[in-house]
Every structure is written in structure tokens, then in C-alpha cells.
Ligand binder design. Structure first.
Ligand SMILES: NC(=O)c1ccc[n+]([C@@H]2O[C@H](COP(=O)([O-])OP(=O)(O)OC[C@H]3O[C@@H](n4cnc5c(N)ncnc54)[C@H](O)[C@@H]3O)[C@@H](O)[C@H]2O)c1
Ligand SMILES: O=C(O)C[C@H](O)C(=O)O
Ligand SMILES: [Mn+2]
Length: 625
């Protein structure tokens, strides 16, 4: 029997800390794409012969514009040209000096949420400085601008609110939606729109108009980890109301006081569909080449909307597809360690919402694709390797209809022959005992559900149990207390490495968060201008990510199942290249200038990436604004 658990008093608590970066692949160098032809067809009029950028903003207008503002880094000449002389302290700073000053200010904030607010404020002042700071302190700041701290910022959105960001769309302004959408696009061809209706934010549920926070955070990661130009990205919230009683009772809930939110119960049914349909219609009409990323919709809407729109436009649901892809990559690394095959796994998915069902489908499809002729699995057979659970326990045929959601495909529902015909519910421990799983995945938001007893039971039957408690943020993780030992682990939020009995080296718990892959999947779709995000594009990205997993790269069973988040930019770039090739193979790539050879494509993609660097400005009334 494997010695999975040390005595109780030596249980290791998971800590939220960051690790040094390790991946050695080609560097992600890039240059600005601010003026790529797709964005501004009359490109020549936007730059001078010396490569200066022509801007039509002067004085306070440029200082208050985060896209163009340089603060103390405006040169003497620019200060003369742009009417800034007396508006700035005398010294001219370099960007890295500004970064160091900003870092000191950041450090002086004592809590993560204060640091998050500080960075949000910086983003509204100066994008170049903001992204230069984040890039330099990537490992430290990733969890501050993203999971888990962003969850706190979103749940307190109405209290922390200072300045609007992105586009807020509400049903009372249905008739003006086109005008508002065009206003927000500011005449640009966008590369990316991230939209949320705020119903299922991470594991913290309905956050109403605060949902803009997740759209913004996901867009920031696209820039940070995939070089998407922030001027070509738009964060959107469909503020269709909230059912969150705490928000509705709160006098400061943002909808009530300043009429940004829509302070009513959530819109449902035909009216909801009409609202979303109008929005997607506007994206298709005015931004036909833009990736539309759906984030944190409630499970029913998430599934329906993806199915409805994915053949019509380049549409991506991160919770379903991004999570499926990153989990498949981590699992590929885990089975390389256990020297088993996908087709040999017995998988319990604990929590069958957007993420759980997305993972189940992605893994099932991978089993079908990868199964060899002699051990061929069709979709039905592959589905039988999964045991899906939800708040009523195991999802099985005998459960009352209202306890099984419509989104769960029949093939995933366990039979009466196997589990009896009564309506009794089967809990996790019982299911683990009976199924003897090799893989246990948590996407339930049920804190600490993977108890010591459950894990011990699992490790009776398998030498190296594969356990992925993926719920976010940290406080929702299914494994609150964890042990070192034999489990092959990956979590949704970042955790400290854990001690392993008898070994000096700590075990690095992989961070299986979709941010390790969605920026790359999206970048691949954006660069190839794909008309759809196909399944093969997603699988290609996932495969590439798995190849970069330290456990596979170093052929070492004690290494992490996924690359470190510090390598997220390099990793996502690699993912993007694979996605471009898959888009071409699927004949959905509309971009005609993609170089055919690998090196050419790499260079071309690098050149298109936005970089946090200042450009020199010339004043021109016809210039950018
Ligand atoms: N690591 C990642 O990249 C990643 C990606 C997406 C989602 N997630 C996390 O997964 C969790 C679920 O997200 P989602 O978008 O699927 O939400 P969701 O609301 O669509 O699904 C959650 C599911 O869990 C079920 N559930 C709730 N309580 C349960 C319990 N006590 N026992 C068993 N099942 C229970 C719910 O019925 C629901 O079906 C969240 O915490 C989210 O942060 C992580
Ligand atoms: O936002 C994250 O950290 C991952 C994921 O999309 C989630 O909803 O939890
Ligand atoms: Mn999400």
C-alpha cells in the first residue's frame, strides 16, 4: 500500500507563494504593433519618417490618456511640442526609473487588495508603465492583478470603485447599444473583446456589475502573457442584473448610486437571449475579425451561448475550453509520469459546471482521438471512464430530473445497473471507494472537499494518485490542507511547493489555471485571424503546453506537471504558434501573410506583439487620439 500520508501532525499547509522561473525556450522578444496595418489602414500618416508617433493630444489631454501618457518620462522636446513643460517636474525619467519608483510605492501598500487597487489606478494612468512594471515583477504581481486577489477586488467592486473601465451594457439602454459599442471601439479594429455577465465569477458566484473586473483582468493577462495590444482590447460587462442578495441590499451597490449597474434581479429567458444576441451581432458586424472571449457566465448560459455562436464567429469560452485544455495538458504530463495511457484512467470530476463539464469533454475527446486501433474507444465508451459529481452527489440516471442539469450529456450519466435505482445520493468518499479512480478533479467551489479520508482511500488503489483541486480563488480550493508524498498535483490558484518525506527537494504543485493557455489560444486565433476557434486549435495548444511541462521536458517524475507561471509569456507564445498551424490546417485562418516556414512564422508573430516601451511623439492635429 502506498505511504501517501505522513502522520497528521506533519500535514503541510498549502501557502500562496511564487516560485522562480525555469523554462528555457526561445525568448519572447517583440516590437510594438501600435500601428499595424490592420489597425490603421492609413498607417503612413500616423508615423513620421523618423518613426515618431503622431498624436493629436496635448497638455492635460495627453497626461490623462493612459495609452499615451508617459508622466515624468516625456522628453524635453516632447514637453515643448505637447504643451507639457510646466505641467511636469523638471527631471526626465527613463522607463526603468519610473518602474522602480512605482515598485517602491507598490511595496508600501501592506495588503494584497491595496496593491491590487494601486495597480488598477496605475493602469488608468499609464499603460506602458503598468505593463513594464508587471512584466518585471511578473511572478510577484500575477496573483495580485489576477487570481486570487482579483476575486476580492471583484466582490468588493462597488466599494472600491473609482474609475470606470471598458464597456458597461445594460438592458435599459438596449436601444442605444450600438452607439455605446461604437463609442467604446473608438474607431479601432479590435483584436480582442472579453465579455462577462458576472453570474459565475471564479468560485465566488454572482457579482453583478462587478463582473467587469474579470473581463479586465483576463484582458490584462492577454497583454502580459501574449503581447496583445491593450489599445485593441476591450473589456465588457453585460450588466443584466444580479441575484446576489448581499449586493442588492447594499446601498453602495454601484448600479443604484451612479446608474452604471442595473439594480434588478438577473434577466432570464428570451429577454436575456435577445440582449446577448444584440451584443454578439454588433461584434460580428463591426469587429468581424476580433476574438470574442466569454468569461464566467453561469453554466447554462455558458454552454448554450458557446454552442450557438461558435460556428458564426471566432468565439471562445475560457471556463469550458481554456480549462479543458490546460487540464488535459497537466493530465498528459501526469500520465507520462505514471507511464499509463489516457484510455486507462478512471476519472472523478467533482463539480460539474462549466469547468467540470468542459474538462470532461476535453479529456473524453482526447481519449477518442488518441486511442489506438487495437484499443479503440468511441465517444460513448470513452465517456464511461468518467464519474461526474455535483452538489447532489454522483450524477446518475436514478436521480430526480431536477437534480441533473440539462447540460450533462447522457453518456456521462451513470447507469442504474451500476448504482441502483433509488434516488439516494452518493457522496465523494463512497464514489471513490467504488470507482477506485486514478484521477480526481475538483471544480466544485466546495472548500476542502478532498479530505484526508478521501485521499487515503484513493491512494489505496493507485500508486500515484492524480489529484487536481482546481477551484479558485485560494479559499475555495478543494484541498485546504495537503500532504506531501505520492500525489501528482495541480491546483487552480498558486500554492507553495510541499515537502516530500525522505526527499530534500520540495514538490512543485503545478498551477493548473487557464491563464497558462487561454492567452496563447487567443493569440493564435488573433494572429491567424481565424473565423472560428476549432477543437483542433484547442487540442494543438494543449499538446504544445504539455510538451513544455517540466515533468515531460526533464523526464523527471518529481518535476511539476505544468510550466511555471513566470514562463507564461514564453509558454503562451509557443501555444499560439501551434494554434496558428492548426487554424491553417482547419482552413479557418483568414490571414494571408503568415510565413510558411517555422522560423519565419515565429519572427512574424514576435514582430506583431505589443511591447511596453515608449515611442517618441510628434504633435499632429490629424494624429492618434
Ligand atoms: N483552474 C482553472 O483554470 C479554473 C477554470 C475555471 C473554473 N475554475 C474554478 O472551478 C470552480 C467552478 O467554476 P465553474 O465556472 O465551473 O462554476 P459553475 O457554477 O459552472 O460550476 C460549479 C459546479 O459545482 C457544483 N457544486 C457546488 N457545490 C458543490 C458541492 N458541495 N459538491 C459538489 N459539487 C458542487 C455546482 O452544482 C456546479 O455545477 C470555480 O471555483 C472556478 O474558480 C478553475
Ligand atoms: O480566473 C481564473 O483564475 C481561472 C478561471 O477562469 C476561473 O473562473 O476560476
Ligand atoms: Mn473563469
Amino acid at each position: 500500500m502506498p505511504s501517501f500520508h505522513p502522520p497528521r501532525n506533519s500535514l503541510t499547509r498549502l501557502h500562496q507563494v511564487r516560485r522562480p522561473t525555469s523554462l528555457q525556450i526561445r525568448p519572447f522578444t517583440s516590437s510594438t504593433s501600435d500601428l499595424s496595418p490592420s489597425s490603421f489602414p492609413n498607417m503612413s500618416s500616423r508615423t513620421t519618417e523618423q518613426g515618431k508617433l503622431k498624436v493629436s493630444l496635448r497638455g492635460p489631454a495627453i497626461l490623462n490618456n493612459p495609452r499615451f501618457n508617459k508622466g515624468s518620462a516625456f522628453s524635453r522636446e516632447e514637453r515643448d511640442r505637447l504643451g507639457l513643460r510646466g505641467r511636469l517636474p523638471f527631471a526626465v525619467d527613463a522607463l526603468d526609473e519610473q518602474v522602480e519608483r512605482a515598485y517602491m510605492q507598490y511595496k508600501s501598500r501592506e495588503t494584497n487588495i491595496l496593491r491590487n487597487s494601486f495597480l488598477a489606478s496605475m493602469k488608468s494612468q499609464n499603460w506602458t508603465l503598468y505593463y513594464a512594471l508587471l512584466s518585471k515583477y511578473l511572478i510577484e504581481m500575477f496573483p495580485i492583478v489576477y487570481t486570487p486577489t482579483e476575486a476580492d477586488a471583484i466582490s468588493d467592486y462597488s466599494h472600491l470603485f473609482r474609475r470606470s473601465e471598458g464597456l458597461y451594457l445594460s438592458p435599459p439602454e438596449f436601444d442605444k447599444m450600438e452607439e455605446d459599442f461604437l463609442d467604446a471601439c473608438e474607431g479601432r479594429d479590435l483584436d480582442l473583446i472579453v465579455v462577462s455577465d458576472g453570474e459565475a465569477i471564479l468560485g465566488i458566484g454572482d457579482q453583478g456589475s462587478g463582473g467587469i473586473g474579470i473581463s479586465s483582468a483576463k484582458a490584462v493577462i492577454y497583454t502580459l502573457a501574449a503581447g496583445v495590444d491593450p489599445a485593441k482590447a476591450l473589456a465588457v460587462t453585460l450588466d443584466v442584473g444580479t441575484n446576489n442578495e448581499d449586493l442588492l441590499k447594499d446601498d453602495l451597490y454601484i448600479g443604484r448610486q451612479i446608474h452604471i449597474g442595473y439594480r434588478e434581479k438577473r434577466l432570464r429567458g428570451d429577454k436575456y437571449d435577445e440582449f446577448v444576441d444584440k451584443f454578439v451581432g454588433l461584434v460580428k458586424k463591426h469587429q468581424p475579425k476580433c476574438l470574442l472571449h466569454f468569461e464566467d457566465f453561469g453554466v447554462t448560459n455558458a454552454q448554450r451561448l458557446l454552442a450557438r455562436y461558435r460556428d458564426q464567429h471566432s468565439v471562445f469560452n475560457d471556463d469550458i475550453q481554456g480549462t479543458g485544455a490546460v487540464t488535459l495538458a497537466a493530465l498528459q504530463a501526469a500520465i507520462a509520469v505514471t507511464k499509463t495511457k489516457l484510455i486507462d484512467q478512471r476519472v472523478i470530476i467533482y463539480g460539474s459546471g462549466s469547468a467540470g463539464l468542459g474538462i470532461a469533454r476535453q479529456l473524453r475527446d482526447a481519449i477518442v482521438l488518441e486511442s489506438s486501433d487495437e484499443k479503440k474507444a468511441d465517444s460513448k465508451k470513452a465517456s464511461s471512464q468518467f464519474w461526474l459529481m455535483d452538489r447532489h452527489g454522483l450524477i446518475k440516471k436514478s436521480l430526480e430530473k431536477n437534480k441533473v442539469r440539462d447540460e450533462v450529456e447522457d453518456d456521462f450519466i451513470r447507469t442504474e445497473e451500476e448504482w441502483g435505482s433509488g434516488d439516494e445520493e452518493n457522496g465523494l468518499l463512497e464514489v471513490v471507494k467504488k470507482v477506485k479512480p486514478t484521477v480526481l478533479i475538483g471544480t466544485s467551489t466546495h472548500t476542502a472537499a478532498f479530505t484526508e479520508e478521501v485521499v487515503k482511500e484513493m491512494s489505496k488503489h493507485v500508486d500515484r494518485p492524480i489529484i487536481f483541486p482546481l477551484s479558485n480563488p485560494t479559499k475555495k480550493c478543494e484541498a485546504e490542507q495537503w500532504t506531501n508524498g505520492k500525489a501528482l498535483m495541480a491546483t487552480g490558484s498558486p500554492f507553495d511547493p510541499v515537502d516530500v518525506p525522505g526527499k530534500k527537494k520540495k514538490y512543485v504543485v503545478a498551477e493548473c489555471n487557464n491563464a497558462l493557455i487561454y492567452p496563447g489560444l487567443g493569440l493564435g486565433a488573433i494572429l491567424s485571424r481565424s473565423s472560428q476557434m476549432t477543437d483542433s486549435m484547442i487540442i494543438a495548444g494543449s499538446k504544445r503546453l504539455a510538451e513544455l511541462a517540466p515533468a515531460i521536458l526533464k523526464n523527471d517524475p518529481d518535476e511539476s506537471l505544468l510550466p511555471d507561471f513566470g514562463d507564461a509569456p514564453k509558454v503562451n507564445f509557443e501555444v499560439a504558434l501551434s494554434v496558428i498551424k492548426a487554424a491553417q490546417a482547419d482552413k479557418v485562418a483568414r490571414e494571408e501573410d503568415i510565413p510558411k516556414d517555422e522560423d519565419g512564422m515565429r519572427k512574424w508573430a514576435e514582430e506583431k506583439s505589443w511591447k511596453a516601451e515608449y515611442r517618441e511623439y510628434e504633435y499632429d492635429p490629424e494624429g492618434l487620439r
